[in-house]
Design a protein around this ligand. Sequence first.
Ligand SMILES: NC(=O)c1ccc[n+]([C@@H]2O[C@H](COP(=O)([O-])OP(=O)(O)OC[C@H]3O[C@@H](n4cnc5c(N)ncnc54)[C@H](OP(=O)(O)O)[C@@H]3O)[C@@H](O)[C@H]2O)c1
Length: 231
Amino acid sequence: MSESTERVAVVTGGSLGIGEAISTLLLHLGWRVHVLARRASSCAHAAHDGCIVHDVDIRDIDAIKESADTVASSSGHVDALVLCAGVGYPTPLVSVSRAQYDELCDTNVAGAVFSTQAFAPLLRDGEAVITFVSSIAGRRGFADWSLYCASKHALEGFAASIREEFRARRIRVTCIQPGSVDTPSYDHLPPEEKKEFMDARSIAELTVAAIRLPRQACVETLFINNAAGDL
Ligand SMILES: NC(=O)c1ccc[n+]([C@@H]2O[C@H](COP(=O)([O-])OP(=O)(O)OC[C@H]3O[C@@H](n4cnc5c(N)ncnc54)[C@H](OP(=O)(O)O)[C@@H]3O)[C@@H](O)[C@H]2O)c1
């Protein structure tokens, strides 16, 4: 099979940051890439040959199902499902609100759960890889980041279970756990506070390398920490 003509990826949150870097790398490798985000149409690579944009809110289950139907009719199958859409910000316990809880859990957990469910029938048995973009916050806790850490720990638990559920189909499940990465989600920080952050391209290269491994090999967890440690 020629990788340049037949490989299909779906990348949620593929319009910016880590998801944009993963989408762009796959497009350059000749994959057809379906990008799902609220403002997918305005992403930098929307006009790239092979890029198909879906303007959807990952929290809207019906909208995700509609996107899956569109992918089914236009591409027929999926080789890589990358669940990258996410939000993160500090929430000191004293000021945690129900609205913050809903935003973080609906996006980071429910969005990934129902996207996986919607696209599962399209995943190619024996070939496909599901990649969850988790975080170092899915491995341990950080003061003032309790809601974000809770959402990423929940995502890790979901991924660990889905990995076993999909093993019979030989569909591989990977969790990517980056430390701090310089993306638009940190645009509010001054450059000096981000000088030790990783770039999104580094995360994308390792993610795509894991996706492209031979079908017998599965990177189950990929922890990519900052060389400087906690930032
Ligand atoms: N940056 C880091 O240091 C870091 C470290 C570890 C893990 N991560 C994880 O990596 C992932 C990407 O983070 P990032 O830093 O690249 O963030 P980013 O630059 O803010 O990009 C977030 C992406 O998710 C999409 N998105 C957010 N909410 C959405 C929603 N409700 N529906 C559909 N799409 C939505 C955004 O597009 P729209 O706004 O157009 O919807 C965008 O494409 C997240 O899961 C994050 O938790 C980030």
